[in-house]
Write a protein that binds this ligand. Sequence first.
Ligand code: ZN
Length: 474
Amino acid sequence: MKRRNGQETDITQLKIDWDKLSKEADGLLQELFPICRSITGNGTRKTLEKLREIAQFDIKEIPSNTVCYDWAVPEEWNIVDAFIKDSKGNKIVDFSESNLHIVNYSVPIDKIIPFCELEEHLHYLPELPNSIPYRTSYYHRDWGFCITYEQYQQLDKSGEYHVVIDSTHTEGVLTYGETRIEGETDREYLISTYCCHPSLANDNLSGQILWALLIRELKSIKTRHSYRFVIVPESIGAIAYLCHNEESMKRIDGGFVLTTVAGPGGFGYKNTYLGNHLIDRVVQRTFDELNVSYIAYPFDIRGSDEKHYSAPYFRIPVGTISKDKYFEYDYYHTSLDNLDFVKSKNLIETLRLYLLAIEKLEINVIYENLNPYCGLMLRKRNLYPKIGGQIVQKVADTKTSHLEREYKISDNDSICGSELDMIGWLMFCSDGHTSVLDISEKTKHPMRSLFETARKLEAHGLLKELNYSGSEAI
Ligand code: ZN
């Protein structure tokens, strides 16, 4: 690729102060956690406005009742207050203490009812007795309260209760955010997350913050490919976005759904529906190069918005790197998925993995060997050690293989052993079809090192970068 402007910074030169970024992410977690988000309404708008203070993106709206494929945008929901009072007037459940106490999208109510009627609208978890479950009722008009099992046990089963939910359903809008980073190739990747969960930290406030930080970092450099960033309410938002951007979304080459990125547990990767797409390969290579273990999850239609993005008409291969993946951790969709559970340090570690995976998309170049007839005379180009034949003799080291014993080059040579090996492989493999990722997978040399060596060879006139990058051919 020709750089549009020789001085521009590419992703391999990105300098990040990780500690500073971690503190910033911590501040955002604290500030955004209390907001009562939903698939529409003021909480989601407020969250997007706040995220826009750290990254540039557009906030857009789709009116209620707009038909999007098999769905319609629901009426906008907002809530002011909600509580349950016992017969003595004591507030025993209070929305202001946790927005999870309300079934999200509850219709309004203000009524005194007996316990037997209230019980039909209560949700609790005996297996996690100190947690409030997260429940929604978007497409079925109903009301409900979510309480801890401990609260449930203390209820007077013969008492009466004053139940108040001060909420509204009105003709309004579905709010979402998007931005596009224009690259130089015709490749475009989607980076999507969802913004509809109320006070739940790992699922998915962590993903929203990572999404915004990733925009800011990628906008600070020149990218080879284009990146489309989308933040939507889960499901209906992704469906509405696809419906309104059908032609451009059909051209997306792959992507990620960012979710559950800051838990204390292990890393995970949910594969794309293809399982061996370029997206899967760059993620696997990222983990392998860092020697970080992770759980590989096969694609499953149960999950997040990948099932919409990968639907037959669009077939966008979408993967997800997670830290404590949704469904898998005990506190998932409960009030225990809170700011004690997630850590900004974890969020930043996952951000780093995403940046390294995206770096691999960016540097997955295909080169053509301009001297394809035989091995090159590297010495005349100063690309070979001064003294040839250097190898640790087998008699001195019987445990390692020939490959590992080769290239033990003396300190006063300008070229190191691994670089010589990379030069050899790059020249051998660069047939116009084999990419830097292919060579990295084959040789286990880090992709960035291979790319930097390839650029050196390009400067010597030995390799030529082809226009098409990112071949999946091996
Ligand atoms: Zn969720």
